[in-house]
Design a protein around this ligand. Sequence first.
Ligand SMILES: Nc1nc2c(ncn2[C@@H]2O[C@H](COP(=O)(O)OP(=O)(O)OP(=O)(O)O)[C@@H](O)[C@H]2O)c(=O)[nH]1
Ligand SMILES: [Mg+2]
Length: 312
Amino acid sequence: LKVDSSKILKGDRRELARAISLVENEPDLGSEIIRQIFSKTGRAYVIGITGPPGTGKSTLVNRLIPYFKSKEKQVGVVAIDPSSPISGGALLGDRVRMLEHSLDPSVFIRSMASRGDLGGLSRATKDVVRLMDAAGMDIILVETVGIGQAEIEIMNVADVVVVVIMPELGDEVQAMKSGITEVADVFVVNKADLGNADKILLNLERFRYTRNGWKQAVVKTVAKTGQGVQDLFKVLEDYENTFKSKRALREREESGAEKEILQYLEILIRKKIELKIRDNQRLSSLASDVADRRIDPRSAAETIIREVLGWN
Ligand SMILES: Nc1nc2c(ncn2[C@@H]2O[C@H](COP(=O)(O)OP(=O)(O)OP(=O)(O)O)[C@@H](O)[C@H]2O)c(=O)[nH]1
Ligand SMILES: [Mg+2]
């Protein structure tokens, strides 16, 4: 599978799709493409949409798309399919709903499997976003089901994080607050038609905080009918005007880059070592030493590092 990065940069959708597959399935080949397009990325506005299963994230994404299109924006959508059995049932429904815009030439939709590996997921997601960015998508919406760690991971990918909750969650909202409050730039209380939304809204408004000059926004929507979606769109525009253009997101970018470099260091060093010790049987001889209690596991690892990398 060969991918021509110059075609991606010209916005060729087929080449983009192939590159995305490569990034997902062949990390080494994928990295090569990313290397080639990287300097042309960082232009798109990346919007993370997260929140518990079934709160209406996909419905909201569908409703937002026309607003971006009305501003002549090319829209990319990355939907991370949850591998979790809790929400796995909604998978097919998700695809069907996504199809609404799938024949639209100004919208590019891609779903990815999470395979339960969050670190790997955010790495691949970041690269998929970069490919879409390089291919000319102005707006990239990344939908993830936020259960625990996932909603933190989205911060490393998105310029703005939208957390979608719904009235009937009750206790779950309480439970989430601790983790989610820090990641949400925008709170959406969707399914306001189901009642009790105002109470949650008031609660969220009371506890919202200001970070880097941005006061957490709180929006009430009924994604099913489209009510309130324009408000959300305006908040997202507002956020972009406040941050993206002024490059005040730089700090977030840099801390994300730091994490990513460290992740790659871990992967690359581990790979280098694994290759070396597979050849010379060092791993199995040390394993045997550990089994015989001649050396403890950590010291065995340190021995390998010393031998392979020459580090003390
Ligand atoms: N009553 C009501 N139902 C809604 C609203 N928005 C979405 N729904 C319904 O809620 C269900 C879940 O919507 P989705 O958009 O798939 O939710 P999701 O958050 O993407 O779900 P997962 O991706 O599985 O986590 C669907 O049956 C929607 O039709 C709303 O504003 N009001
Ligand atoms: Mg969904």
